[in-house]
Design a protein around this ligand. Sequence first.
Ligand code: ZN
Length: 136
Amino acid sequence: MTTTARRGTRIAHLGVAVRAIPDVLPFYRDVLGLSTVPLDDADGARIAGLAAGDSLVELLEPAVAYSPIAKFIDRKGPGIHHICFNVDDLDATLAKAKAAGVVLIDDVPRVGAEGKRIAFLHPKSTGGVLIELSEY
Ligand code: ZN
């Protein structure tokens, strides 16, 4: 039993692969009116965060060649790269995914951009969308 209140699964952020943040940021910031949130680089990507209610839009720009984002853009072009869900219990959710036959990219959680434990699920098990799971 945990004493932590259960908050339920919800969207933490959408990762959008872009070739260049300065080309795309004005749309989200100035047209949609989302405020910018400073985020550290991660996984070979520069990241611009934009707050949309309780969720974020993360613009992911390749910082180095052969990074996951660079490879994604080479293969598919810019667009939605992944959806990140906050879950109450990351370990339990990963175990449930594994038991359901979901292909895991991370068998065990690792520390992500915001210092939280995260794990990725393979798109071939999730309707074609790369899914990131994150702790609150
Ligand atoms: Zn993410």
